[in-house]
Design a protein around this ligand. Structure first.
Ligand code: ATP
Length: 489
């Protein structure tokens, strides 16, 4: 059709030129119209690629399960659901009801999107991605229509690309699939969710295009029970933060293309990054390489990684220079944290710095010896004392405190609350939701007051070490572990 119109337009122009009409304005106008048409088409293409159009398909092909580190259990669990797409005959011979939906549950940046793309690659399926928020509009019915379009699009693309299966990935599923009746404009939300349920029920193992829906969320508790019942998202796969081995694997993946001075350094970096997600680790590897490049170093060294950890946790170094008094106070504050940390947990201080970064004027980085998931009351109390150490040191030196301890106090309070809610306080065994606010407040306050006294006493008894550490930090700005140990001994 497009070709006919172009041909007809050209013929008309030639005819008008022959009979002597000035066609220049017409040609200019036509040119503008073509440019406008192409621009609108590009907009459409961008929107389409968001929904996993050709670009989505291309990217998914590049990711395989080998590119995902630290998620072996999750990958194995997902793998079983994929057999339905890979060998449907075997599944039906065994009389197995194929899975229609798999829910990936875990914190942000742990690799859920990567897993869905790798799944599409592994099963040679068409990959279509959308985010829960894309379905929510002010106008009733729009979301439901988008859900229908998404499934239709998946089928159409699979047929066009000669594929017998399609994977639809919906990120932030809790926005689209929250419990019905919970939202203020609930009619629109409910219609959209209902449509998703209808589409899922319509997926049939004998369809020419087999469809598997993969949802991702970090709030599975918010999802409507109808979504989680057997026959819908009947498999939940936990995609957790990686453990030490997992972090090392992820670092290896993201440093494959980087010249490292010593690949052995990744062991230490993996140990020092407890709580980091895959996305944090990718950013860490990238930042380390950027720091090496800035210094014109031909290789990425261990100290580049260490600096990158601070950058990922706290943000970029700031040019803003605090006043001399502030620098002195921050040095005392950080010395308080560091001295307590080393006294209560020997070997725990990795570095201390007063170089401002992000929101922090200084920072003491701890070196967790091993990943830890369970804590005793004593360990939690030590955490509280280390956090209180900054303000206590200021008090010993100046007889007053500053606003610099605000974040520390919040952390103390959260840890004290953890002690109470875990049944480790004098309140005994409690249900977190049923503790009267007054009792919770009083118990947290008591725990912190006792520990505050102990913290101040401990630092007073070691004030010589505290002050010499503070003056070294003030002079040298950053102390690594080796230098820190030299000073306190
Ligand atoms: P969100 O919940 O915020 O959407 P997600 O769990 O879907 O996050 P991804 O988008 O898959 O996370 O990961 C973001 C980036 O982090 C990836 O492109 C990759 O570079 C890195 N990454 C995350 N997890 C891993 C992992 N397990 N192995 C390797 N790289 C990872």
């Amino acid at each position: 059709m497009k070709e006919y119109l172009i041909g007809l337009g050209a013929a008309v122009l030639v005819f008008l030129a022959i009979i002597g009409v000035n066609i220049i304005p017409l040609v200019l106008f036509g040119g503008l119209a073509v440019v406008g048409y192409m621009f609108l088409n590009m907009q459409g293409a961008v929107r389409f690629s968001n929904l996993g159009g050709p670009q989505g398909k291309k990217r998914s092909q590049e990711i395989s399960f080998g590119d995902i580190g630290g998620q072996d259990t999750a990958i194995n669990e997902l793998g079983e659901a994929l057999e339905f797409l890979r060998c449907p005959e075997l599944i039906s011979k065994m009389g197995i009801r194929p899975l229609k939906g798999v829910l990936l549950v875990g914190p942000p940046g742990t690799g859920k999107t990567m897993m869905a793309k790798a799944a599409a690659n592994y099963t040679s399926s068409v990959f279509i991605a959308a985010s829960g928020s894309e379905f929510i509009e002010m106008y009733a019915g729009v979301g439901a229509k988008r859900v229908r379009q998404l499934f239709a699009e998946a089928r159409k693309k699979a047929v066009k690309q000669n594929s017998s299966s399609a994977i639809i990935f919906i990120d932030e599923l809790e926005i689209l699939g929250a419990k019905r009746g919970k939202n203020t404009s609930h009619m629109e939300y409910d219609q959209t969710l209902n449509q998703l349920l209808v589409e899922m029920d319509g997926v049939n193992p004998d369809d020419t295009v087999r469809i598997l829906l993969i949802g991702a969320t970090n709030r599975a508790d918010m999802l409507d029970p109808a979504l989680l019942r057997p026959g819908r998202f009947d498999r939940q796969v936990q995609v957790n933060l990686p453990d030490k081995q997992g972090r090392k694997k992820i670092l290896e993946i993201h440093t494959r293309n980087k010249p490292l001075s010593d690949p052995g350094v990744l062991d230490n970096i993996a140990a020092a990054t407890f709580g980091f997600s895959g996305a944090h680790l990718e950013s860490l590897a990238n930042e380390a390489a950027i720091l090496a490049m800035r210094e014109q170093s031909p290789q990425v060294m261990s100290y580049h990684f260490n600096e990158a950890i601070d950058k990922v946790i706290l943000g970029e170094k700031l040019d803003r220079k605090p006043s001399l008094e502030e620098i002195e106070r921050v040095s005392v504050h950080e010395s308080g944290h560091a001295l307590l940390s080393e006294t209560l947990m020997p070997g725990s201080v990795s570095s201390v710095t007063i170089v401002p970064r992000g929101q922090a004027l200084g920072f003491m980085r701890k070196n967790p010896p091993d990943d830890q998931y369970l804590y005793t009351r004593e360990q939690l109390e030590s955490e509280i004392m280390i956090a209180l150490g900054g303000a206590a040191a200021e008090e010993i030196k100046y007889g007053n405190r500053s606003t610099g301890a605000r974040g520390d106090f919040k952390a103390c309070w959260d840890t004290a609350r953890q002690i109470v809610e875990a049944g480790l306080s004098s309140l005994g065994i409690v249900h977190a939701d049923d503790i009267p606010p007054d009792s919770l407040f009083q118990e947290c306050k008591n725990i912190i007051m006792v520990l505050e006294e102990q913290t101040i006493k401990l630092l007073r008894d070691n004030r010589g070490a505290l002050f010499s550490l503070a003056s070294s930090i003030q002079k040298e700005e950053t102390l690594d572990r080796q230098r820190f140990v030299e000073i306190i001994h």
